[in-house]
Design a protein around this ligand. Structure first.
Ligand code: ASN
Ligand code: ZN
Ligand code: CA
Length: 305
């Protein structure tokens, strides 16, 4: 009878305080958000307790003040999942990754010193990092947006995770990471090398600074990393940088979302992505618009025909 949606507060990975949508049941508080218009779906956050079993156990707290040091990763995974849900709902009228209000589950404290995060086809998973290469990875909004966008891509374009379609899959996650966190062109700067300031995992504006190509002439043919999906993503990422710099985020995010959900397919390559984005730009702004021409110019500049 005392079960209720509640509002708590917590401390994030980088020491910031945020308000949390929580739930009170049987004398305990949960990172369990029932406030979204998900028709039964929830945003819920669990801990793997430094083991590998997923989803692990619910993150709980006795007094709804989530301020312990080992709760920081839980706080940010939960809070940023809500931010990303709200972005897709408010900006793109999309209700969760499946557009049917599916619950969004996150697990933090995966394994020990784990320097990565991923979408496993059912949920988000975040390592704590080793403290040198990474801080707990849920502490970066762009990382959370990157991983949840993998779920959106899986349920829409379905871009196969290899070679050019895989690099496009990666790029879409980075580009939506930017749309959620547009203060810089870096991905993951809030959790990458916590002892070094000013760097990130990748850069949309300067892919070369993190070892990625930004033109087709430097495309990397490799069998590692599923055919270089985290390498050649630099090429579509640079095209996105040129596009956004030219037309602004508000138009670019509409074009990218429409291309991802309407025109891209599992086997799309870079040339197909250029066509998909141009078709989306034409639909939204006209084929004689400066917006359309900016998208074309962006892909021309990275050498995609
Ligand atoms: N963090 C990586 C990514 O989302 C995990 C992976 O390689 N799939 O791309
Ligand atoms: Zn990814
Ligand atoms: Ca960023």
């Amino acid at each position: 009878v005392t079960d209720a949606a509640t509002t708590g507060r917590g401390t994030g990975v980088n020491g910031d305080t945020k308000t949390l949508n929580t739930y009170f049941s049987n004398g305990t508080y949960y990172l369990y958000d029932t406030t979204k218009p998900m028709s039964g779906g929830v945003i819920q956050t669990a801990t793997a307790q430094n083991r590998s079993t997923l989803p692990g156990v619910y993150s709980t707290d006795a007094d709804n003040a989530w301020t312990a040091s080992n709760q920081r990763a839980d706080v940010d995974a939960h809070y940023y999942a809500g931010v990303v849900y709200d972005y897709y709902y408010n900006t793109h009228n999309r209700n969760s990754y499946d557009n049917r209000g599916a619950s969004i589950t996150s697990t933090v404290h995966y394994q020990t010193n784990y320097n990565n995060a991923f979408w496993n086809g059912s949920q988000m998973v975040y390592g704590d990092g080793d403290g040198t290469t990474f801080a707990p990875l849920s502490g970066a909004l762009d990382v959370v947006a990157h991983e949840i966008t993998h779920a959106v891509t899986e349920r829409t374009a379905g871009l196969q995770y290899q070679n050019q379609s895989g690099a496009l899959n990666e790029s879409m996650s980075d580009v939506f990471g930017y749309f959620l966190d547009p203060n810089d062109w870096l991905l993951g700067e809030d959790v990458y090398t916590p002892k070094v300031s000013g760097d990130g995992l990748r850069s949309l504006s300067n892919p070369e600074s993190y070892g990625q190509p930004s033109t087709m002439s430097n495309y990397v043919n490799t069998t590692s990393d599923n055919g270089g999906v985290h390498i050649n993503s630099g090429i579509p990422n640079k095209a996105a940088y040129y596009t956004i710099s030219s037309i602004g985020k508000a138009q670019a995010e509409k074009i990218y979302y429409r291309a991802l959900t309407t025109y891209l397919t599992p086997t799309s390559n870079f040339s197909n992505a250029k066509s998909a984005l141009l078709q989306a730009a034409s639909d939204l702004y006209g084929s004689n618009s400066s917006t359309y021409n900016a998208v074309k110019s962006a892909w021309d500049r990275v050498g995609v025909n």
